[in-house]
Design a binder for this molecule. Sequence first.
Ligand code: PMP
Ligand code: GLU
Length: 405
Amino acid sequence: MQSTEQETSFLSDRILALAESQTIAMAKKARELAAQGHDVINLSFGEPDFQTPDYIKEAAKKALDDGFTFYTPVPGYLDLRQEIVAKLKRDNDLDYKPENIVVSTGAKQSIANAVMCLVNPGDEVIIFSPYWVSYEEVVKLAEGIPVQVKGNIENNFVITPQQLEDAITSNTKLVMYSSPCNPTGSVFSKDELLAFARILEKHPQVYIIADEIYEYINFTGEHASMAQFDFIKDRVITVNGFSKGYAMTGWRVGYIAACKEIADACDKMQSQITSGTCSIAQKAALAALKGGKSAAEEMTAAYLRRRDMVLGLMKDIPGIKTYVPQGAFYIFPDISAYFGKTTTEGKVIHNSFDLSMYLLNDAYVAAVSGDAFGADECMRFSFAASDAKLEEAMGRLKVSLAKLK
Ligand code: PMP
Ligand code: GLU
């Protein structure tokens, strides 16, 4: 009898069942090929290609000189939480107190905290799909049951209120989505969120994780928050952070705003797992918020220009179906027209993973297969890269795809 990894490994069932993050796995493959001397254009990893703005770096240097080298309070420095409260009022018209805020080691940890604090084994968690890679795995880690509700490209991947309503059962505990969305760039308008909120109002056992990490990278000019609807506000966990808007991916600072019970639970969770996040990074995050949004606006203008450039170039590639992303820095086109085609070496492309591997090895362009986001017919390309790299990547894509017969 053939033994499975699960039967033979000394590792826990929990970790064996966990999938590796596909965004990180693809970025790793791209780096390996680059290390072998190949000219790889990496459009797989979701991070700004900009440096953290100088005024933020200066604040970090000052924090060191001022001696901020000790453990920090588990939910974050009070001055940072106060500044987050001010930001939530200024940008989102949301009223919170510092006791509602828990700063963590990135929005990724904030999401994991919230899921761990809310989901019991067997609870259903509705995930708007396509979804960010980590949602499903973190729900499984909490022994919850992920339930995907899927939008389609014709509708800019926005699901309908009816789809949400149909997915809710007496076992539903949580709903999760990102807006602007990773991987699609879709943005929910206030009216769309209100329609979801009215449905959720009828189900008081259901909580909502609203992941707003791409808030500042929004091309519509309007950002709406689920917590703005008072009738469900206490059930909404708003997740945000500094990685995307302020180009601070490596600093590892994210946060939630939630009712006190959930905030206290997340505080307790991270008190046992990580403690408060890095002192220097928190002081940098404080300076970032105090500096307002102008740096984010400059970067967003560049992302918008690049989005349009990539869209223009993709339109020229047969078999790629596009739409117009409204935020974030990804495009998630339908590439399924290439399924069933064969490479010059005779290998058949069965799915988005096969296509991503082909493009990596033939064009040296790294992108993430759509199956990682719950949509195998698509592939995610980041446009957080220089204009020259994007242009070159789209050119290579066209050539490599044309070779598939
Ligand atoms: N949510 C979404 C939708 C993301 O794309 C990311 C990016 N990694 C995160 C959360 C986590 O961000 P952070 O770097 O703050 O952990
Ligand atoms: N959020 C980014 C992405 O989607 C970074 C990678 C990750 O944290 O998984 O690519």
